[in-house]
Each structure stands twice: as structure tokens, then as C-alpha cells.
Design a protein around this ligand. Structure first.
Ligand code: HPA
Length: 295
């Protein structure tokens, strides 16, 4: 197995695009030492969706600590493991407990799980997250298919030398959120009797929730939901040619809409309530991947 030096375990240490291939080779070796399952899809489980991991058949669970260069996830409600197995009969890889910028992780580390999905053979990713509602009609428990995003983190995983052959210098994001996969998410929601909204996700660095003035600004900019993840993952996924879709679980109205302060407990409680509904949608989406075809 290629050596990853101990110093690389500092999660804030810059990882440039050209550093990723060697990192990924070590990660792939670590996974392949445990399973040869070739996933079709990668799924990032946001707050509330962790229960989907329990639905995996013949799961192989790899704690982050056993993956070279990965720190244990620290956000409350995030378990920190990579899982491979079958969901509704189809081979998938899941990330339970993503890396966030607000934990001090370098953007290159934040997106490494997505790059690993690709290196393991996945063709598409499903990104999920907990988010605050910017659209005043989005109450707690609203499930929003992401149609597009606005990256306001001020960070980007693709900055730096890009000679590693993973993807091009200037990736196009015109249809970053795949129209055909969005349609399939809506079809899965309809089949499960789960209503799905659609909108634009705004990604900020966090970790504080927004001020009421920021919420008004983000809504005026065209956002429908706001959170602290996902946008860098989408960018990296498109960079390496993964097709992307995803759903935000709206856990609370944006700050200032209700006049009551936000708490992390409220976010976790709404995630726990709506998570099983989202899990049904994602499971059905995966079950129906058989007839997707390739592109
Ligand atoms: N803002 C940012 N991130 C969030 C929120 C919010 O209101 N709710 C859940 N994640």
C-alpha cells in the first residue's frame, strides 16, 4: 500500500488537485483490501439520513480512522465511516459523516470521498444535507431536490496545480445538477408518495447559522435553502465526470423568519423526523437505476 506520511493527517494541510491521484491510490488499496464490490452510485448521507446505512445488504463498514489520510469525523450526528454494500439489490458506496470546512478541513480533503467514489467505479453521486429554508414556504421537513447551487464558501477544491489527469482545468457547471437524475428523484418521490420541492442550495462555510440579514440576502440572490456542505462535493464530482443529484432536508426556517433562535438540537430533531422519508426516496431512486443506461 502506498505510504501516506503522518504529517498528512493534519486535515487542514493543503491538498492540491495534482496531489489527489496518489492519495486516491492509497485509499483504493485500503478499500480493496476489504471488498471488491464495484459501486454504481455513491451516496453522501447528511444529518438525518444515517438510517439508510442500516438498509445496506452485506455491508462492509470501514471507519475513517482505517482510511489513509482521513481524520475521524467530528460533527455531532456524524458517524464517520465508509460503507460498501447493496441497497435494493444494487451495489453502492455510502459516506456516513462527511468532512466539513468548518471543522478546519482543507477543501481537497472535503471532496476526497467523492473522488474515491469515482475511483471505486461509481458513475453518479447522490448528495444529501440538512439545510435552512430560505424560501418562506419551506417549513421543517421539506425535502428539496437541488436544481443548482451557489458556492459562497469562498473555497474551491480545484485550486492549485492540475496535472494529475483527474479532470480539466475549467470544468463546466451548466448542468452540474443532472436534469435527468432530478427527474428520477421526482419519479422516486411520486412512487413513494413523498412530496419533493425543488430549488437552489446556497453553500456557506459556517459553522454559525446565518444572521437574519444574510438570510434575506441569500433569498434575494436566488437561494431556496442554505447549508454548510455539498457545493464543493458537487464541483469535485463534476470535475471527475460523475453525474450529480441530491436532496436537501430543510430542518428549520432560515434565521429571522420565526423570531426564535435556531439550535442544533432542532436541526437534528427535524432530520430524524424527515430522514426516513428521504431514505425511502433515495432507496427507490437506487432501485430504479437498472434502466438508467450509461453516458
Ligand atoms: N443554516 C445553515 N445550515 C443549516 C441550517 C441553517 O439554517 N439548518 C441546517 N443546516
Amino acid at each position: 500500500m502506498p505510504e501516506v506520511p503522518a504529517a498528512s493527517l493534519d486535515p487542514s494541510r493543503p491538498i492540491r488537485p495534482s496531489d489527489q491521484p496518489a492519495r486516491l491510490a492509497a485509499l483504493v488499496d485500503a478499500v480493496r483490501a476489504r471488498t471488491d464490490l464495484a459501486p454504481e452510485a455513491g451516496i453522501v448521507l447528511g444529518s438525518g439520513l444515517g438510517g439508510l446505512a442500516d438498509q445496506l445488504d452485506e455491508p462492509v463498514s470501514i471507519p475513517f480512522a482505517d482510511l489513509p489520510g482521513w481524520p475521524a469525523a467530528t460533527a455531532p450526528g456524524h458517524a464517520g465511516r465508509l460503507l460498501l454494500g447493496r441497497l435494493a439489490g444494487r451495489p453502492v458506496v455510502m459516506l456516513q459523516g462527511r468532512f466539513h470546512l468548518y471543522e478546519g478541513n482543507d477543501p481537497g480533503l472535503v471532496v476526497q470521498p467523492i473522488l474515491l467514489f469515482r475511483a471505486l467505479g461509481a458513475r453518479l453521486v447522490v448528495l444529501t444535507n440538512a439545510a435552512g429554508g430560505l424560501d418562506p414556504s419551506f417549513g421543517p421537513g421539506t425535502l428539496m431536490v437541488m436544481r443548482d447551487h451557489i458556492n459562497l464558501t469562498g473555497r474551491n477544491p480545484l485550486i492549485g496545480p492540475n496535472d494529475g489527469g483527474l479532470g480539466e482545468r475549467f470544468p463546466d457547471l451548466t448542468e452540474a445538477w443532472s436534469p435527468r437524475l432530478r427527474e428520477r428523484l421526482h419519479a422516486a418521490g411520486a412512487a413513494e408518495g413523498v412530496p419533493l420541492a425543488e430549488g437552489v442550495y446556497v453553500g456557506l462555510v459556517g459553522p454559525n447559522y446565518e444572521t437574519p440579514a444574510e438570510v434575506r440576502m441569500l433569498a434575494a440572490l436566488g437561494g431556496h435553502a442554505v447549508g454548510m456542505s455539498t457545493v464543493l462535493e458537487c464541483i469535485a464530482a463534476r470535475w471527475v465526470g460523475l453525474e450529480v443529484c441530491g436532496v436537501s432536508l430543510v430542518t428549520n426556517p432560515g434565521a429571522g423568519y420565526t423570531g426564535v433562535p435556531l439550535t442544533h438540537e432542532e436541526v437534528l430533531a427535524a432530520g430524524a423526523e424527515a430522514g426516513p422519508r428521504l431514505a425511502r426516496v433515495v432507496r427507490r431512486f437506487v432501485a430504479d437505476l437498472a434502466d438508467l443506461g450509461t453516458r
